[in-house]
Design a protein around this ligand. Structure first.
Ligand SMILES: [Zn+2]
Length: 178
């Protein structure tokens, strides 16, 4: 996921687009609609996590999910205050009743910005690369990033999260319809 500040900072758009095409699965690829599997053994995750971390940093993004690089495993990498973290088998164990709307960009839907409703506060838990249990209480933008990335693990993108009347516009902007 991109937040607006992250997107505008850093690399030039043209460079980003080329990078996205070569490194990341783009909207329309059926893999982005599939559900990722839980990870039982974390032996060979290091390389995948390294690759994901590099992409997040290169693009000044806020988060990335493994299906976006073609791996249907439950791994998300995200940045909070410029520090990169990983969660394996992340699960939202609590969410607030109230939701809040905010802008989101996705590395798999290049150039699209849309308002998405998310729970304003969540508790998420998962494991790090060492297998330690990590539990995070999050709100605002950080809670939004995690919800966006976990959606990818369930085959859901921001396209599915916007009201139907806006979906045509997204398809048009992505060049999927004339
Ligand atoms: Zn995304």
């Amino acid at each position: 996921m991109w937040t607006r500040s992250g997107y505008h900072e850093g690399n030039k758009m043209a460079k980003k687009e080329k990078y996205l095409e070569t490194n990341l699965k783009q909207f329309g690829d059926p893999i982005l609609r599939e559900k990722s599997k839980n990870i039982e053994h974390s032996n060979d995750l290091y390389e995948t996590v390294q690759k994901m971390t590099k992409i997040v940093k290169d693009l000044n993004a806020s988060g990335l999910a493994a299906p976006q690089i073609g791996i249907l495993r439950r791994i998300i990498v995200f940045r909070f205050e410029r520090k990169t973290h990983v969660l394996i088998n992340p699960e939202i164990t609590w969410k607030s009743e109230d939701m809040i709307e905010g802008p989101e960009g996705c590395l798999s839907l290049s150039g699209i910005w849309t308002m998405v409703n998310r729970f304003s506060k969540i508790v998420v838990q998962g494991r790090n690369l060492d297998g330690d249990l990590i539990k995070l209480e999050l709100e605002g933008e950080n809670a939004r990033i995690i919800q966006h990335e976990i959606d990818h693990l369930d085959g859901i993108t921001i396209y599915n999260r916007v009201p139907k009347e806006y979906r045509k516009e997204i398809l048009y902007k992505l060049g999927k319809i004339g």
